[in-house]
Design a protein around this ligand. Structure first.
Ligand code: ATP
Ligand code: MG
Ligand code: MG
Length: 349
């Protein structure tokens, strides 16, 4: 069977490896950190930095296709890897999602709604952006942010200076605050033939900037559900995308507003492991390996609860119930660290 190369050995790489192994495929993980969660389940692990050209070359030569579990892969590494083996999802998807300004501009040019936004390089830009966009607003670093890191809320214009200081000189974007009813995400997949399959949108609750729960079905009208599917497909087709993508959306009375896209399997798609016959991890492997996609249909209602830090204390109680427990095998419990998740089935779809 083929070997799938995966950049990143975190929990997403781990669950991708498990899915690949079920399909009789091998995975080869490339990860700079020692003892990554994917290590127990991958066929091969290369421990090396993204600046190690020899290690990158050997990795690429050992695999049939390259994918990844996080989007902040250094450009120099990608430049080398893509000359050696197919990279899925491709460079356009990565370049778009790595930079919030490029991402929002791409989405707007596709005709989709985003929060109002402006590029902010200095205090003058910020003052100008606050005049146009108003407050409340959120200043975000353009690159590298995740789990709400690299963000500063500006409730009134006098908070501009301290928000800019929080960016520590990083390029930033100001976003108008969206007064959303709920947050949802749609997990969608596309294969090299251009087939697209979407999962039912999930309703997301964040606590301290980190995803806490995802519930399916989400509280949506049928037309909102259709809108979510259509806009996700539009994004995937525009990027000639191959793989699974997570699209985060705000639901407002004025329609669906795209918050951000993630060119990979997504935490808010973990419910698919117990709500669908073919989950997002198998779907991603199918897509990058050129297999037909599963249809994404949902057989159960599910609540996915993330286990962050000390939430691990809830595992013994959950183990006495009929909940599906997914743990990532991380040795140290740290505040804010994603340790695992629980999928509770709450009924038939
Ligand atoms: P992730 O871990 O999902 O990649 P992130 O660090 O990239 O998160 P965002 O998704 O941009 O951050 O923001 C985190 C959360 O903050 C959102 O899910 C939403 O709850 C809130 N938020 C972000 N931008 C806005 C906005 N423009 N208006 C209202 N709320 C927002
Ligand atoms: Mg993000
Ligand atoms: Mg987000």
């Amino acid at each position: 069977g083929a070997t799938i190369g995966i950049l990143g050995g975190g929990q997403l790489g781990r669950m991708l490896s498990i899915a690949a192994s079920r399909l009789g495929l091998k995975t080869h993980i490339f990860e700079p950190g020692a003892n990554p969660p994917a290590m127990d389940v991958a066929h091969t692990v290369t421990t090396a930095g993204y600046d190690d050209q020899d290690a990158l070359t050997a990795f690429a030569n050992a695999v049939d296709v390259i994918t990844y579990e996080f989007e902040n892969i250094p450009t120099s590494a990608l430049d080398l890897l893509e000359t050696l083996k197919p990279l899925h999802p491709g460079r356009q998807a990565l370049a778009t999602s790595q930079d919030r300004l490029v991402e929002k501009t791409f989405l707007r040019d596709l005709g989709l709604q985003t929060a109002p936004f402006a590029n902010v390089e200095n205090a003058d830009d910020l003052a100008e952006a606050i005049k146009t966009i108003g407050t409340p607003a959120i200043l975000k670093t353009r690159t590298m942010g995740y789990d709400g890191k690299g963000q500063a809320r500006i409730m009134t214009p006098d908070q501009a200076d301290s928000a800019l200081a929080d960016m520590a000189g990083a390029a930033a974007i100001l976003e108008g605050f969206v007064d959303f009813k709920i947050e949802i995400s749609i997990i969608a997949a596309r294969n090299p033939d251009g087939a697209v399959a979407c999962y039912d949108p999930g309703e997301n609750v964040h606590v301290d900037g980190i995803l806490s729960t995802t519930t399916v079905p989400a509280t949506l009208t049928p037309s909102q559900r259709t809108d979510a599917v259509l806009l996700a497909a539009r994004i995937l087709n525009a990027l000639d995308y191959v793989g699974v993508m997570g699209v985060e959306l705000f639901v407002t009375p004025q329609g669906l507003i795209v918050n951000e896209i993630a060119p990979r399997v997504h935490n808010s798609g973990h419910w698919t492991q117990n709500g669908c016959v073919i989950d997002q991890f198998e779907q991603h492997i199918r897509a990058v390996a050129g297999w037909p996609l599963g249809d994404g249909s949902r057989h159960s209602n599910v609540v996915m609860e993330n286990l962050i830090g000390d939430d691990m204390d809830r595992v013994p109680e959950a183990a006495k119930t009929n909940a599906a427990i997914h743990l990532y095998g991380k040795a140290d419990v740290k505040a804010g660290r994603k340790m695992g998740h629980i999928n509770r089935i709450t009924g038939n779809a």
